[in-house]
Design a protein around this ligand. Structure first.
Ligand SMILES: [Zn+2]
Ligand SMILES: [Zn+2]
Length: 248
């Protein structure tokens, strides 16, 4: 099982198998390696240069890609694909599931936050290091940035397979700080899209593509389970209702 999480509501682990999705991942790897861009559905002449896979081999390194095999209400197979977070700063690419947040609202919130943060950063740079005022402005900046993160988190809505929706804070099943970027990985993007579009998930798999991570823990073409720190704490909620659907 590569995609699972503990659900506080049911008091059990919900999970989704990966076998059916694996061959579709290999097809996707073949497309990425042949076209060297993620907008391979459009002719080369219309390709967006930002969507080249070149960035995945730079110092930015590779990222995760994922496939969710679903069934629509008529029993037709639907294959969904996702890239984690943003590709070269691009959130929405035709043929790939969208992020959980509205990108314009997110960018606007980040810009508003920068207006509060940047003057503080400039001011801190002018103060004598380790002076009383320096410490107090550092603390103020920490509070402001926590506030900005909370506003960004509030833009996310998570859906599950019992037709329920929750905020990030409500969906996160652990009593601890929510890591930055929670909800931006492939699994939450794929499951959220399926839940909102009445698709029944059958199988999911996620693989790494591009230059291996600095630690060497992730290498191109290898499959990995949904991450423990950001995904597992929300997957319990997101997968809730999926097993009942599987057996119906
Ligand atoms: Zn993750
Ligand atoms: Zn549950």
């Amino acid at each position: 099982m590569s995609c699972f999480g503990y659900c506080n509501d049911c008091g059990e682990i919900h999970e989704l198998p990966s076998a059916l999705a694996i061959p579709h991942c290999h097809d996707l790897m073949a497309q990425l390696s042949a076209h060297k861009r993620i907008d391979f559905d459009v002719p080369l002449a219309l390709a967006d240069p930002r969507l080249s896979t070149h960035i995945l081999y730079s110092n930015m390194r590779g990222r995760m890609f994922g496939i969710l095999v679903c069934e629509d209400v008529s029993g037709n197979e639907v294959i969904l694909r996702a890239f984690s977070s943003r590709h070269n700063g691009v959130w929405n690419v035709k043929g790939w599931v969208p992020p959980l947040v509205d990108e314009h609202a997110f960018v606007a919130e980040v810009e508003r936050g920068n207006l509060d943060i940047h003057p503080l950063t400039d001011l801190i740079a002018t103060l004598p290091k380790e002076s009383k005022e320096w410490y107090s402005k550092l603390a103020e900046r920490r509070l402001v940035s926590h506030g900005i993160l909370a506003k960004l988190n509030a833009l996310y809505t998570f859906h599950n397979f019992k037709e329920e929706s929750r905020s990030l804070e409500e969906a996160f099943q652990l009593k601890k700080g929510i890591p930055v970027g929670t909800g931006d990985c492939c699994a939450p993007k794929l499951l959220n899209y399926a839940a909102k579009n009445h698709l029944k998930p059958l199988s999911i798999a996620e693989f790494f593509w591009g230059k291996e991570t600095a630690s060497g823990h992730r290498t191109e073409g290898s499959f990995y389970a949904s991450c423990e720190e950001k995904c597992q704490p929300i997957l319990g909620f997101m997968l809730c209702g999926v097993n009942k659907l599987l057996h119906s």
